[in-house]
Design a protein. Structure first.
Length: 364
């Protein structure tokens, strides 16, 4: 082989090696479009809308218009809400249904999850009318919960800089009184109440092309355990898989709370990616609560996004990988001194999420 050919062969081999190394280190999802965007929820005050616009938070879920079907849920009132939000250059992506994560006796329509015969049909009829009105008002989605226990926590613990971290330790939790007002609720009973609602609400949502996004039960309980006599079946991945299979429809999906789902795992940092892929590939992720935690099922606390156990950089790459195209939003945030509403912590989270999305776009 001539000397020139030797050099050419060596150069080609080196170039191939560099290309192979670059392919091996290329971030997951790179090359796919970045469709997701930062969002937030539960507020539409003029003061907050002004702040959201300044932060570049251009998509939101509003606060709850009303706890019951009334004039605030009329098409006219919902149109006014949407237009008021839009005046700030913000899109109203979603509104909450009056099915919150509140403890059963404080819930807006307790008969639905209590299974109260004679009352739950009227409650579901009200919710279905609200679904119709939301769609007619030009709002594309609604979120909701199917909760009996509410959000279960034990006393807060101190985190970075003395911030208060929401915490749950099953072993040391005080379950008093022993039962809720719903009494013992085993998995079969819980599923009957969920299915009864979905069989009536999902066809209405599909007819009116309104996405309805259910939040997982927060938190999931360790295997074989209940809390005050209730087994929260939507607190574990297996339950969420079953949930989306009931009345299967493109308008029936999840308010995918990454934090809550991680709270039901043994190894959140490892397991969360395949879970995102499972629901993301089925197009069942309608909204993302981008929350980080320390710990695992039955023993965890909620952190700032950058200092929990889950690598949030890799998590957001996985959302890109599956083509997720909705809001990425903070939900529960640690509380720092002098900030009872959590506004400072939310601002930190908005900036963090904006930076991650910018990173994805720079990755190409």
């Amino acid at each position: 082989m001539r000397r020139r050919d030797v050099f050419q062969s060596a150069a080609l081999a080196a170039a191939a090696a560099v290309e192979a190394q670059g392919a091996a280190t290329k971030p997951r999802g790179a090359g796919k479009p970045v469709k997701m965007y930062v969002g937030t929820q539960n507020s539409d005050s003029e003061e907050d809308l002004t702040a959201f616009a300044a932060f570049g938070v251009n998509n939101i879920c509003s606060g709850l218009p009303s706890r019951k079907l009334d004039e605030k849920w009329s098409v006219e009132s919902l149109v006014k809400l949407r237009e008021r939000v839009e005046k700030h250059g913000i899109k109203l992506d979603m509104v909450p249904l009056p099915l919150s994560s509140a403890y059963i006796t404080r819930a807006e329509y307790p008969a639905i999850m209590m299974g109260t015969k004679g009352e739950r049909d009227k409650a579901i009829d009200d919710v279905c009318q609200i679904i119709r009105n939301i769609s007619k008002a030009g709002i594309p989605a609604a979120k909701y919960n199917m909760s009996i226990l509410g959000v279960v926590r034990t006393p807060t613990t101190k985190g970075r800089g003395g911030a208060d971290y929401s915490t749950f330790k099953y072993a040391s939790g005080v379950q008093e009184p022993a039962l809720t007002e719903a009494g013992p609720v085993d998995p079969d009973t819980y599923w009957e109440r969920i299915t009864y609602f979905l069989e009536r609400a999902v066809p209405v949502a599909a007819e009116h092309k309104l996405k309805i996004a259910c939040h997982p039960n927060d938190p999931g309980m360790p295997n074989g355990k209940n809390w005050r006599g209730v087994v929260p079946v939507l607190g574990r991945v297996e339950g969420l898989k079953r949930f989306i299979s009931i009345k299967e429809n493109p308008y029936h999906g999840l308010n995918f709370c990454q934090g809550t789902i991680c709270e039901g795992l043994e190894n959140p940092n490892k397991e969360i990616h395949d879970i995102i892929r499972y629901f993301g590939q089925k197009k069942k992720i309608f909204n993302v609560h981008f929350r980080n935690i320390e710990g695992k099922i039955g023993d965890f606390r909620e952190t700032f996004p950058d200092n929990g156990d889950v690598n949030m950089i890799e998590a957001i790459r996985t959302y890109r990988e599956v083509g997720y195209d909705g809001m990425i939003m903070p939900d529960h945030v640690p509380h720092v001194g002098g900030d009872p509403r959590g506004a400072k912590s939310f601002a930190f989270c908005f900036g963090y999420i904006q930076a991650l999305i910018q990173m994805l776009k720079m990755e190409g």
